[in-house]
Design a protein around this ligand. Structure first.
Ligand SMILES: Cc1ncc(COP(=O)(O)O)c(C=O)c1O
Length: 256
């Protein structure tokens, strides 16, 4: 999200009392890119727009002693979404909405006599309706709480560091192979690459060959530069040999 383009777009909005919401991303699904959060927050302040940050993928960088710096500006958003099914190693569903003050959840308030009668709430019985629109749901927070207790911030930070280092290593290996082309150095743990100069149809067919062959299930991502194979490194046991082996598979299936 380009802050200058955002500034222009907000400037052009008609003058109304309607609220404006800007959604920035910390860790896009396609490339793992992190928007320039402080600049976007400045633009939102200037235009009195509310900022929400989708940090589903990127938020757990906060656990890392070094990588947390990439999320500078995250604290400027009154609401942040994170999803610990990625860099939190949880089974789905593990999405969270984080707010600095539970008063921000007031719009979720709902009263149903049979669920949260006022006198019950006043008598101290828990009232969960103000936390979600959904009344029936699994206790998703339980597994997250167990992980946080078992591994702690440092334990999770070590796993985050490991997969981000592995992604940098994978990028090094790709750059060292003339037959492969790297999209860009990874921001988090997502690495995009393809056989050098391969057109979109060839990349898509290569991905399907690997899939049908049962040897590698790679993601795909489209950018203005074409189509790419996508590896999102999330397994904290990944070793350099696994990454080398993956690239050999890709090279071995490049021609049908
Ligand atoms: C950037 C981003 N936002 C949000 C989500 C999750 O959205 P949902 O909870 O709707 O599955 C994902 C993927 O899991 C994602 O990559």
């Amino acid at each position: 999200l380009d802050p200058a383009a955002l500034y222009t777009a907000l400037d052009r909005l008609p003058d109304t009392d309607a609220p404006t919401l800007v959604v920035a991303t910390a860790g896009t699904t396609d490339t793992g890119a992190i928007d320039p959060l402080p600049d976007i927050a400045d633009v939102c302040d200037h235009h009195t727009a509310t900022l929400h940050i989708d940090a589903a993928y990127g938020a757990p960088l906060l656990f890392s002693d070094t990588l947390h710096k990439q999320l500078h500006g995250l604290d400027r958003a009154p609401t942040v979404a994170l999803d610990l099914h990625k860099l939190g190693w949880q089974p789905v569903a593990a999405g969270l909405l984080a707010v600095p003050d539970s008063a921000a959840l007031a719009p979720l308030a709902h009263q149903a006599e049979y669920l949260n009668a006022d006198d019950d709430t006043e008598a101290g019985l828990p009232d969960l309706l103000g936390r979600s629109f959904r009344t029936t749901r699994r206790p998703d927070i339980f597994k997250i709480a167990v992980t946080l207790r078992a591994l702690g911030r440092r334990g999770l930070g070590d796993l985050v560091d490991h997969v981000c280092t592995a992604a940098q290593h994978l990028a090094d290996l790709i750059e060292a192979r003339p037959g492969l082309e790297l999209y860009a150095r990874p921001t988090i743990s997502t690495v995009l690459f393809r056989p050098t100069g391969a057109p979109p149809a060839a990349v898509a067919a290569l991905r399907r060959r690997l899939l049908h062959h049962g040897t590698a299930v790679l993601g795909r991502a489209a950018t203005p530069e074409g189509l790419w194979l996508k590896v999102t490194v999330l397994n904290p046991h990944t070793q350099p040999d696994d990454l080398r082996g993956l690239l050999e598979l890709v090279e071995g299936h490049t021609t049908p």
